[in-house]
Every structure is written in structure tokens, then in C-alpha cells.
Design a protein around this ligand. Structure first.
Ligand SMILES: Cc1cc2nc3c(=O)[nH]c(=O)nc-3n(C[C@H](O)[C@H](O)[C@H](O)COP(=O)(O)O)c2cc1C
Length: 521
């Protein structure tokens, strides 16, 4: 034994390094999984190391300010600074090529809108409610005027961590906005005082019957037990993966998730591409009406847009029966997701501007645009983008990834791996520990408030009091020369229906603002 220890003790440090390298080289040559490592033992590992840190190197050192996708450094920086109430201005002028194709111009008025002394925006520079009321046309029992034009888009507890959901819910309470639950059901983390839009897809999580279908009983009980649920959204599809079902693997189904989603612990759960509760457009309308009747809440649908024939059928039935969704959320093909195959995320469904323009025009042609609250989502959480969306006809925007960034997401793009380094899109308790919901909720609220303040200022610059007054003539998109640049109206071939709007004071005095009253009270 002593001889062996003596022999080992006499081996110098550089010989140890050599021995380790020889062992690695032998292992590399024997293995057949990686050709590069087999053909170039030891040094072949450097290639894999560079590949793994490449995204970070590009993000932090190489990519220019406007280069990255989905959100470039300037966009992320604007959200971070806005959320922290730091200086979010630019110095020296724009660093964007404003002659570039598809650049958005907002046509400013010669003299901006003047805010009077007692105007709601003199008192609160961030007061910006929705100009339309969800459920008003269909005379639902509990109509809802969202008190903020910017709100949190569908993201489930499951795709987001408990601490992230809690931060967001506390944040929307501070910002008078609403929080869409996403497909994972209503979790305890959604019960922190913020308004909630309950969202479900083909898995019916939270309102799931024994057979995996929809349970109206559970829906009614959920709404009765949780009066802060202001509206219900039926998911038909989302921009990142329309028509793609999913499996929630049994090992991810903890006791807590099983309880919230209404499924069994440890057993795989299928979210099929299609709904069980309806299989065609007339059945969808009946389904919406039944839920609205049973709960008294406005009911809407969320979808990404591609073909229009079934939408046309929906519009025709809505016109003849006077029934149908109270709101429609149009998601863009550029929309985010917890996880999706690239073939879907990159290619299935239209980008937001194309999809929304097609859909809005269709409903407008049938005379239906006034009775629907249109919500847009797909990288719209920036005032200029929102101005364009409002000019095209939206009444509210939903933001998902922008909300994540406001609470600390660094766009690591690993939501699908459960290894989110910021603890936002993971179920790892260790990674979530860094999130302080008190601080992060304040950040989300501040992002929403800064967004609204800047959006109001842009609106005033264009000579309007409220963004609902933006028309297609207010915005131009660049097609390389001013004589060629086209107003939205001629680019997308429609003119938005005028939204009835008296003034901000009327919105402030509205009994349905923030869903605080029922139609009977
Ligand atoms: C982590 C994550 C989870 C999401 N979960 C859902 C979901 O459950 N249901 C849904 O309809 N959309 C879901 N989405 C899509 C968003 O609600 C939104 O429509 C899309 O990301 C576009 O908005 P954005 O560009 O502001 O992120 C999710 C997005 C992300 C990033």
C-alpha cells in the first residue's frame, strides 16, 4: 500500500494532467455518439463548449443593438428601464434606419392634443382604460371594461413558476390590469388580488370532467368561488403552434399541479388539437352562449389566423343570430410559447398584422366590428407598435414575453427545458428562489404604467385623446420612399370602424370599469 501511495505521490502535477487527457482521449475514441469527438479526441470538446456558450457570446458581445429576435437589445432595455422606473430615453437621436422597409411612422398633429386642468390624465398620467365594454352588446350579466389597455396574455402556472405567476398577479392589481391564466387552470398564485381572465384550451384544465371533456358544473363553481374572474377566454389556437396538441408528461404532474388542473398525479395528460366540447362553428357559438348564460361573464375566443372560411361562417351566424363571442384575441404567428416545434413556431399562421387585418376586415364587412372587443398579441408591448395595432382596430393588447421581461426574464430562450436561469419559466424550486414577488410585482406594474404613459403621450402627439381614436391615416409603414410609403388604409385595404368615444372622464365614471359592477346593480 505504502509503495503505491509513494508512487502516486511522486507523480508530478503535469503528469496528472497528461494522464487525465489520455483517459479522456481513450474514452473519446471508443465512443461513437459524436463523430467530431471521436475523430479529434480531447480538442473536439472545444467545439461543443463554444456551441453551448455561442448564444450568450452573441447576445452580450457580438449582436448589434437591433439585431436579435424575438426581442432585440434596445427593446429589452426599454422594458427593463421602464419596469425599474429608470431613464428609458435615447440620447443623440434614433439609432434605427427609419428609411427601412416596414418602419412604422406615426403622423403627428401640427399641435398635439391639449390636456385640460381637470382631465383624468392631468390627475393620473397612466390612466388608460379600454374604450369598449366586453359583453355590452350581448347584454351579459357582468359586463367588463378593462381598466387598462395593456394586460397579461395567457401563460399558465406550469409553463411559468409559482413565484412568476404570483409576481404578475400582484403586479396587475397595482396597475389595474387583468391577468390571463393561460391553459393550466386557476392556481393559488392567481389569487393575489388582480383581475383574472380565465382561459382554457382543449385540456380543459381547471374545468375538466372525468372523461377529459368540459365540465359546466366546475366552470360555474369556479366563477362563483372567484369573483375576481372577469371574463372567460376559449382558446382555439395560439400563434406559436396553431393546431398542435400537446402531452403533459406524468412525471411533471405533481400533487399541486394535479389539483389545479383537475388531473391525476403522475399520469400523462393529453391536450388534443381539437376541442371535445364543440366540433364546428355553430356548436362553438352555442358553447360560448351557454358559458356566458351560466356564469354571467363575457366570453371570448383566442386564435391565430390563417384560413378565413370558418371565420366567415362565424361572422355570418353572429350577424343572423345576434349571438357570439364578446371579444376576440388575435395572436400573431410571431407569438411566444413555453415550447413548440420550430416547424409550427416559424411557419404555421400569419404574422400579426396580416392575420389581424384579414380578420378585422371580414368582421367589419359584416357590420360586426363595433360589437366585438378586439385584443391583439404578438410583440405589441411597445407604444409605437401598439399605436399601429389600435389604428388597425384593436381595443386592448395582451403581452406575454414583455411581461416576463419586466419581472427579470433575460431571453435565454430555454423555457422548454425547465432550466430557465431566472426562475420565471421553470418549476425548479432552487431557480425560483431568486424571485422576490414584492419587488417583481412592482416592476411589472411600473412597466404597464410607463407603457400607458408613453402611449398616451404618443396619442396626444397625433392629436387624439384616447388611442381608440387612431385611424388608418394616422400611421404609415415604409415601403422605401415617401411617395411610395403607404398609409395603413391602403396597405391593408380597409378603414377602421370609428370607436364610440366621448372623453376620458366618461370612461373614468363608467360603472363597469374594472368589472366593479354587474348590469343589474
Ligand atoms: C411561457 C409562455 C406560455 C404561454 N402559454 C400560453 C397558453 O397557455 N395559452 C395560450 O393561448 N397562449 C400561451 N402563450 C402565448 C401568449 O399568450 C401570447 O399569445 C404570445 O406570446 C404573444 O404575445 P407576446 O409577443 O407579448 O409574447 C404563452 C407564451 C409564453 C411565452
Amino acid at each position: 500500500m505504502d509503495t503505491i501511495l509513494n508512487f502516486l505521490g511522486n507523480i508530478t502535477w503535469w503528469m496528472w494532467i497528461l494522464i487525465v487527457l489520455v483517459v479522456i482521449a481513450i474514452r473519446d475514441i471508443i465512443q461513437k455518439k459524436h463523430i467530431i469527438i471521436h475523430n479529434y479526441p480531447v480538442i473536439g470538446h472545444i467545439r461543443y463548449m463554444f456551441e453551448s456558450i455561442g448564444p450568450e457570446i452573441r447576445q452580450y458581445f457580438v449582436a448589434n443593438n437591433r439585431e436579435e429576435l424575438p426581442f432585440n437589445r434596445i427593446e429589452r432595455g426599454w422594458i427593463y428601464a421602464s419596469a425599474k422606473k429608470q431613464n428609458n430615453y435615447e440620447g443623440f437621436g434614433t439609432d434605427r434606419d427609419i428609411y427601412a422597409h416596414q418602419h412604422i411612422f406615426i403622423n403627428n398633429a401640427m399641435m398635439p392634443y391639449q390636456v385640460g386642468e381637470n382631465h383624468p390624465n392631468s390627475i393620473d398620467k397612466t390612466f388608460l382604460p379600454c374604450a369598449k365594454i366586453m359583453g355590452e352588446f350581448n347584454k351579459r350579466k357582468r359586463p367588463y371594461r378593462p381598466a387598462s389597455v395593456i394586460n397579461i396574455s395567457a401563460m399558465s402556472f406550469g409553463s411559468l413558476s409559482a413565484k412568476a405567476v404570483e409576481s404578475m398577479n400582484k403586479g396587475v392589481k397595482m396597475a389595474d390590469a387583468y391577468h390571463n391564466t393561460g391553459e393550466g387552470g386557476l392556481s393559488p398564485y392567481h389569487r393575489n388580488g388582480g383581475d383574472v381572465v380565465f382561459h382554457f384550451g382543449t385540456g380543459y384544465f381547471g374545468v375538466r370532467a372525468e372523461d377529459g371533456g368540459f365540465s359546466m358544473e366546475k366552470m360555474i363553481k369556479l366563477v362563483e368561488d372567484n369573483p375576481f374572474i372577469r371574463a372567460i377566454e376559449v382558446k382555439l389556437s395560439q400563434g406559436a403552434k396553431p393546431g398542435k396538441g400537446g402531452v403533459l408528461p406524468g412525471e411533471k404532474i405533481s400533487k399541486e399541479i394535479a389539483e389545479i388542473r383537475g388531473v391525476e398525479v403522475g399520469k400523462d395528460v393529453l391536450s388534443p388539437p381539437n376541442h371535445k366540447a364543440f366540433s364546428n362553428v355553430p356548436e362553438l357559438i352555442e358553447f360560448i352562449e351557454k358559458i356566458a348564460e351560466a356564469t354571467g361573464l363575457p366570453v371570448g375566443i383566442k386564435a391565430a389566423i390563417g384560413k378565413l372560411d370558418q371565420w366567415e361562417e362565424l361572422a355570418d351566424i353572429m350577424k343572423t343570430t345576434g349571438k357570439g363571442p364578446d371579444f376576440i384575441t388575435v395572436d400573431g404567428g410571431e407569438g411566444g410559447t413555453g415550447a413548440a416545434p420550430p416547424s409550427f413556431a416559424d411557419h404555421v399562421s400569419l404574422p400579426w398584422v396580416y392575420g389581424f387585418a384579414d380578420l378585422y376586415r371580414l368582421f367589419q364587412d359584416k357590420g360586426l366590428s363595433e360589437r366585438i372587443v378586439f385584443i391583439g398579441s404578438g410583440k405589441l408591448g411597445f407604444p409605437a407598435k401598439a399605436a399601429m395595432a389600435f389604428a388597425m382596430g384593436v381595443d386592448c393588447i395582451n403581452v406575454a414575453r414583455e411581461a416576463m421581461m419586466s419581472i427579470g426574464c433575460i431571453q435565454a430562450k430555454v423555457c422548454h427545458t425547465n432550466r430557465c436561469p431566472t426562475g420565471i419559466a421553470t418549476q425548479s424550486k432552487w431557480l425560483q428562489n431568486g424571485i422576490d414577488p414584492t419587488l417583481k410585482s412592482a416592476r411589472l406594474a411600473q412597466y404597464f404604467k410607463t407603457f400607458r404613459k408613453e402611449f398616451i403621450e404618443v396619442t396626444h402627439a397625433a392629436g387624439h385623446e384616447h388611442p381608440c381614436q387612431f385611424t388608418m391615416e394616422d400611421i404609415e409603414v415604409n415601403v422605401d420612399d415617401h411617395n411610395l410609403s403607404k398609409e395603413l388604409k391602403s396597405t391593408y385595404m380597409y378603414e377602421k370602424t370609428i370607436v364610440p368615444f366621448k372623453d376620458m372622464q366618461t370612461l373614468k365614471d363608467c360603472m363597469y370599469l374594472g368589472g366593479k359592477a354587474t348590469s343589474q346593480s
